[in-house]
Design a binder for this molecule. Structure first.
Ligand SMILES: Cc1ncc(COP(=O)(O)O)c(C=O)c1O
Length: 387
């Protein structure tokens, strides 16, 4: 188990710590609940620091930017496990990927322009690329059904192989009804494609958007939820089904440690200033700190309770980690360990605001600690060179 006191003493705050044992157990749990028939694709955007640890547990990595590709390539992620995704695929990056890995990675197709780019490059390098056209779910992502039909009619079979389709319609999907509606839609659509175009859709890559419950007082019967979701997935017959998951894989392995650095009471309440803030901590659904996430307060001790507003160190009135939290009386140097921050906190925070340093990132594996990113100065990034 992670010794948070040791982290504070040896590595300081603010810092993230990701427990890779918890991560791998989490993936095993999902696989066990959903069954071996369904392959997992890890959406790297959720947390890049843990990607390598997932290599033997997931069947693919969803990579959505040149930066994510660079990270996965440097980590020596098997190119056969890469799905190059994202709305903007620039020529230079795709050309570089083809030069490095030939036809091993798979690509999603977000637009007809992207199809044309992939075709041009596969012809140039005389290779055949595996693709998954992405079907839109009502936003800027993906293509319409009629474009999909058209694409299947006209695609160049010498250089492109359409393995199936990709569909992702959003994160934090709590509703089994909604998931069922989406799966029914995909079953109906693929049946129509197969009948009308005489084309076999071998694979559906489905972005599940499985939910994570972050806040105290929320109850989630996850075993039952996943069991029902599996029943829904089982409606898809004779197809490879891959599930793109970020949040539900990564969230539980992460903790974020931040220290009380100042305290004051003004006529609007008790305010506690932490050395972290919303630049580092992203909880889905948290607005102005109205909800109370799961946390641990160090040192553990008994004292009378008080109510506080926990604020970060940014110059914005939005920088509330938690409002109206009732806990034991706080002191400067007390530590809050926020839980379930393994997904999106380190990748989605407004990290450059105020030029504050990025936290250290520590991996906890095999009962030891490894710093995988030192504290990082963002003032260098916000500095105007050559003035
Ligand atoms: C295409 C795609 N797939 C998968 C995911 C991961 O979603 P989640 O973290 O909800 O599992 C995202 C998240 O934005 C996405 O855009």
């Amino acid at each position: 188990m992670i010794d948070y006191n040791k982290i504070v003493k040896e590595y300081g705050t603010p810092s993230y710590v990701y427990d890779t044992d918890v991560l791998l157990k989490r993936v095993e749990y999902l696989k066990q609940r959903l069954g071996s028939k369904y392959d997992l694709v890890y959406a790297v955007k959720a947390n890049t620091f843990i990607a390598k640890h997932l290599e033997n547990s997931v069947s693919r990595f969803e990579i959505c930017s040149p930066g994510e590709y660079e990270i996965c390539d440097k980590l020596n992620i098997n190119p056969e496990k890469m799905v190059i995704s994202g709305v903007y695929k620039d020529e230079e990056t795709i050309e570089n990927i083809i030069k490095n890995h030939g036809s091993l990675p798979k690509y999603t197709i977000e637009s007809i322009n992207q199809y044309n780019l992939l075709l041009k490059l596969s012809q140039k390098y005389n290779c055949c690329l595996h693709v998954l056209p992405r079907l839109t779910s009502g936003n800027q992502f993906g293509i319409n059904e009629d474009e999909l039909f058209e694409l299947i009619n006209i695609y160049n079979k010498d250089f492109i192989i359409i393995d199936g389709i990709e569909y992702f319609s959003g994160t934090q999907k709590h509703s089994l009804k909604r998931l069922e509606k989406e799966i029914d839609y995909l079953i109906e659509l693929t049946a129509k494609i197969e009948k009308e175009l005489n084309f076999e859709v071998k694979e559906i890559e489905f972005g599940t958007g499985l939910p994570v419950y972050y806040y105290q007082g929320e109850e989630f019967a996850e075993d039952e939820f996943l069991e029902s979701f599996k029943v829904i997935l089982d409606k898809i017959k004779n197809k490879k089904v891959t599930l793109e998951i970020g949040r539900s894989i990564a969230a539980s392995c992460g903790s974020y440690l931040t220290k009380v650095v100042d305290m004051k009471t003004n006529k609007y309440g008790n305010f506690v200033i932490m050395d972290g803030g919303i630049n580092h901590l992203v909880y889905y659904g948290q607005t102005m700190g109205m909800k109370i996430p799961h946390y641990e307060l160090l040192p553990h001790k008994d004292d009378v309770n008080e109510t506080y507003n926990l604020c970060g160190s940014l110059c914005t009135i939005n920088d509330f980690l938690v409002k109206n939290i009732t806990c034991r009386k706080l002191k400067i140097d007390d530590i809050f360990v926020f839980k379930n921050v393994g997904a999106y906190s380190s990748t989605e925070g407004i990290s450059l605001f105020l030029s504050r340093d990025l936290p250290k990132v520590i991996l906890y594996e095999y009962s030891s600690y490894k710093v995988v990113r030192e504290k990082f100065k963002t003032s260098n990034l916000n500095f105007p060179n050559n003035i």
